[in-house]
Design a protein around this ligand. Structure first.
Ligand code: SF4
Ligand code: SF4
Length: 316
């Protein structure tokens, strides 16, 4: 018989709850450089369009993130201890008119292997298992998302080398890898992101099988494979478009105006889902009354739109 788990002490529960209360949920304004290594185009599109609710992260995991922040400070002081100058921490990265965005961990001068070359810095902390994978397979293969961050940072700041420095949280071992800038890789990834950003339709799925292991761990699985309704924000509305020439600017064709971030999150009563986001076939619409009707995958008929207040699902 399995042992009965010990109840968690109230003090520990209170600490976790405090981390959760202080955690701010936020939606990324664009495609984060940390996501570019994700091979699923559709996941990037869904992130950009805010289709899923922000993830609820438990207090213990949030504490792990804070520990990661502290490790970053330790790695900077490690470098300074050996005479490396670290500067430009948190400098912003903006590409594709601000729709690709992020921050760098810093830049370094005086790196032991090449003291006269400015390196981008990418600092990570990892558990023992992850650390061993990184040491064995190196960054590109073991952590493609970290590799993407390194490459995009070098591309934006015009650097040719990145110092990828990782600490093993279990035993304090350090791993350093100098990553070379790959211009072709970066140009391909920026073009890929622009296709995702400036296209209303979701790109192809990574897999059509919801049980595919990457889909099982994807936060968009319910919308992508399960027919769940996306969140109602401007980013899921047929009238909203990402704009060129600003810093992650979006506009609304319905009201002919630019959209501030708070407006995008709130949406408005004229919200009308992008038909590509609905798990059904479009069967009718009225431009004057602003509604679109769908035959849903389960056979019911559903009308979306401002004039659809009295709509009821009807059996097909
Ligand atoms: S569920 Fe799978 S196919 Fe869909 S967005 Fe996530 S990873 Fe991509
Ligand atoms: S119609 Fe409303 S919900 Fe749609 S983009 Fe414009 S402001 Fe946003």
């Amino acid at each position: 018989m399995a042992p009965i788990p010990q109840p968690r002490a109230s003090t520990v529960q209170a600490i976790y709850r405090a981390y959760e209360a202080a955690n701010e949920h936020y939606d990324s304004l664009g495609i984060s450089v940390g996501e570019i290594g994700n091979e699923c185009d559709r996941a990037l599109y869904y992130n950009l369009r805010w289709v899923s609710e922000p993830e609820e992260i438990d207090g213990r995991k949030l504490s792990i993130f804070r520990t990661g922040d502290r490790w970053e400070e330790v790695l900077v002081s490690d470098l300074e201890r050996i005479g490396v100058e670290v500067f430009g921490q948190q400098d912003r990265i903006r590409l594709a008119d601000g729709h690709i965005r992020g921050k760098c961990d810093g830049k370094a001068m005086g790196v032991v292997e090449a003291p006269r070359t400015i390196h981008l810095c990418e600092f990570k902390s990892s558990n023992d298992k992850g650390f061993k994978e990184i040491v064995k397979q190196r960054c590109k293969e073991a952590r493609p998302t970290h590799y993407g961050q390194c490459q995009m940072g070098m591309h934006y700041f015009g650097l040719t080398r990145c110092l990828y420095l990782v600490v093993n949280k279990n035993d304090d071992a350090r791993y350093a890898e100098r990553i070379e800038y790959d211009a072709e890789w970066c140009i391909r990834q920026i073009a890929r992101c622009e296709r995702i950003i400036f296209n209303d339709a979701p790109p192809a799925r990574l897999s059509e099988d919801p049980e595919f292991f990457k889909c099982r761990f994807c936060k968009h699985r319910d919308v992508c494979h399960g027919g769940a309704m996306p969140r109602v924000t401007c980013r899921s509305c047929i009238h909203a478009s990402p704009e060129r020439g600003g810093d992650a600017a979006w506009s609304c064709s319905r009201w002919a105006k630019p959209l501030a971030i708070d407006e995008q999150k709130a949406a408005c009563p004229a919200h009308l889902y992008l038909p590509h986001l609905i798990d059904g076939e479009q069967i009718d619409c009225s431009e004057e009354e602003e509604w679109i009707e769908y035959r849903m995958r389960n056979g019911t008929v559903w009308r979306d739109g401002a004039a659809a207040n009295d709509n009821t699902d009807t059996a097909a």
